[in-house]
Design a binder for this molecule. Structure first.
Ligand SMILES: Cc1cc2nc3c(=O)[nH]c(=O)nc-3n(C[C@H](O)[C@H](O)[C@H](O)COP(=O)(O)OP(=O)(O)OC[C@H]3O[C@@H](n4cnc5c(N)ncnc54)[C@H](O)[C@@H]3O)c2cc1C
Length: 560
């Protein structure tokens, strides 16, 4: 009987699970991804992601592949029910401070295909389709994951050190850990229609929001020849009322007046209930919730999937540090502490945009007609609407900031071009980075190196120099996910607070020891749910150095 635990089992191979697997693979962490489906979910859902999320894809080495299936969005137009433009917030297509366009349109199944294909390049990841997770049981040393193959109906079990529940809105993992979704008072039924045409539709290449409480709607191009419409359904209406072009055409014809119906092909028409929900608990001991399993965001701001990818980015390196033996398990409590308020803020924003589109009846329409054309005149509003920046992370063990004083901590370090022409992320390469205006002493350099981090001196005239100055800091510690752990004026104090993290260095050298076992198919998935060992161990041992390094944790230094 094989009782060796897989370091990480990921339940769900949607965009969140696939991203988590790819990020863990970069740290050499072995993982097994289980999905009930044999192939990716083919129904189009997400169509937009911002530059912070693009940056995560770039971290996976997928920026070129994503560029090939996406294009920058031209901005946002608010329309009244007669299709008159109330306000326009145009964007240029140039790259923002993260190195990528701030708003990008794409088709979710194409992105999932790229993510899936990228896993094939990692011999530490195994993706098993046709594996439905039916139960989780936590024991002191690990988690038992019960699986059935829906086709064969054959039961099995796998042992995991940690489980990531990336199993979407109806998450079984969430139920298994006794977490529930808290409703944030938003539920609307919307019709989602994807249509293909080779005809030139001749519309403005941005997102069109129809601000009409009677029939709010959204229109945008999502592919070379594909277009997305979303309309709120009236009480009593269903998607069936719009099945077939004859029924759908009256809704979409304002955008397609000159295109014969015969040249429009419906790809699908579906009904979704857009909800705003947050799980009350994102972690129970060794089990975590990520993505739609932890939060649901109405899609008005195009952030639901991006929030899941941010979850994966936040947790992957922390898990690598804990599995590596460098850090205590309590570090993982920072996951919910940081991610939940961030997700809540994005949900709140999506609700606000939804309300602006849909509420207020005729009075609201009048107000929008009067106020919207003047919005662009409000100082700073245009920048605010177009700025893709999301809120800073709240305080945690890994975000050290003064409650009242302004600091860079919790925000993202911009992915600037460095003097050697590399981007910041390429130089940091998944490690901690110390960015400093002051020139460090030799022993400080040694310490940074021993901690597995990279030191970046921000010379006058460089973007990093300006960024630190604007943040009133002389130095900052940037975490492997790009968020700022701490900033301040005292380089020595910051360097003392630098955690030791050697997982990034180890990843390239790690052999795929455990995968012979998993790839020999059911060797880790047992059909006899037998007795459990008292301790489950993996052959996965941290390198000697990281075990010998003393555990140094931020917080010893008071925020400056
Ligand atoms: C109409 C619409 C428009 C949207 N637009 C946007 C947008 O523009 N931008 C954006 O960022 N987001 C958008 N979203 C949201 C986005 O699609 C989701 O947030 C995203 O798909 C969530 O990804 P996930 O990986 O967390 O979950 P999912 O994509 O739901 O994946 C979950 C996976 O888990 C598997 N699974 C479930 N249960 C089990 C089990 N018991 N055992 C094994 N496998 C299991 C499923 O088969 C599935 O593959 C939109 C959503 C909708 C509906």
């Amino acid at each position: 009987m094989n009782t060796r635990a897989v370091p990480v089992v990921i339940v769900g191979a949607g965009p969140t699970g696939l991203t988590a697997a790819a990020l863990l693979a970069q740290y050499g962490v072995e993982c097994l991804v289980l999905d009930r489906r044999e192939s990716p979910y083919s129904r189009p859902r997400a169509v937009h992601l911002d530059d912070e999320v693009y940056r995560i894809l770039a971290r996976l080495g997928l920026s070129e592949q994503f560029a090939a299936i996406s294009w920058p969005c031209r901005g946002l137009r608010l329309l009244d029910r007669d299709m008159r433009v109330l306000a326009e917030f145009a964007r240029d297509a140039t790259d923002g401070k993260h190195g990528y366009p701030q708003a990008n349109m794409f088709d979710q199944p194409e992105l999932e295909a790229i993510l899936r294909a990228s896993l094939a390049g990692h011999d530490t990841v195994t993706l098993r389709g046709g594996s439905e997770v039916v139960a989780l049981t936590q024991h002191e040393g690990g988690v038992r994951v019960d699986v059935t193959d829906p086709a064969a109906g054959q039961p099995g079990a796998v042992l995991a050190q940690y489980v990531l529940g990336c199993d979407g809105a109806g998450s079984l993992v969430r139920t298994c850990i006794g977490a529930t979704m808290r409703d944030l008072n938003f539920a609307q039924r919307w019709l989602v229609a994807d249509v293909a045409t080779n005809a030139d539709i001749g519309q403005w290449e941005g997102v069109h929001q129809v601000c009409d409480p009677g029939r709010p709607g959204t229109f945008m191009r999502i592919g070379k020849t594909r277009y997305r419409w979303e309309f709120r359904l009236a009480p009593g209406e269903t998607a069936d009322d719009y099945a077939g072009l004859a029924r759908l055409h009256p809704l979409i014809s304002p955008w397609t007046p000159d295109i014969p119906a015969a040249e429009l092909e419906i790809i699908r028409v579906a009904e979704y209930t857009f909800r705003a929900q947050l799980a009350d608990r994102w972690r129970d001991r060794r089990v975590f919730l990520l993505g739609d399993a932890a939060h649901l965001t109405p899609p008005f701001t195009g952030q639901g999937m991006g929030t899941g990818l941010r979850d994966a980015m936040n947790l992957a390196w922390k898990l690598a540090g804990v599995l590596d033996g460098s850090w205590p398990d309590r570090v993982l409590d920072s996951y919910q502490a940081e991610r939940e308020p961030h997700a809540r803020a994005l949900i709140r924003l999506a609700k606000l945009i939804g309300a602006a589109m849909t509420q207020g009846g005729e009075a609201g329409n009048l107000l929008r007609r009067v106020a919207a054309p003047r919005l662009r005149l409000v100082p700073g509003l245009r920048e605010h609407v177009l700025d893709s920046q999301t809120p800073a992370l709240h305080r945690s063990d890994l975000v050290v900031r003064h409650p009242f004083r302004r600091s860079l901590a919790g925000g993202l370090c911009p992915n600037l071009v460095l003097p050697d022409r590399r981007r910041f992320d390429d130089a940091a390469a998944g490690r901690f980075a110390v960015v400093t205006l002051a020139i460090p002493a030799a022993e400080q350099r040694d310490h940074v190196r021993h901690c597995g981090a990279v030191l970046l001196e921000a010379a006058p005239g460089t973007g990093l120099h300006r960024w630190l100055r604007q943040g009133r800091a002389h130095a900052a510690i940037v975490r492997p996910d790009g968020a700022i752990l701490q900033s301040g004026r005292d380089l020595a104090a910051l360097i003392t607070a630098l955690p030791s993290f050697t997982a990034a260095a180890r990843s390239r050298a790690l052999p795929g020891t455990i995968w012979g076992l998993i790839r020999s198919d059911l060797s880790l998935i047992r059909s006899d749910p037998g007795p459990y060992p008292d301790t489950w161990t993996s052959d996965h041992r941290p390198p000697l150095r990281s075990r010998l390094l003393p555990f140094a944790w931020p917080g010893a230094v008071s925020p400056t």
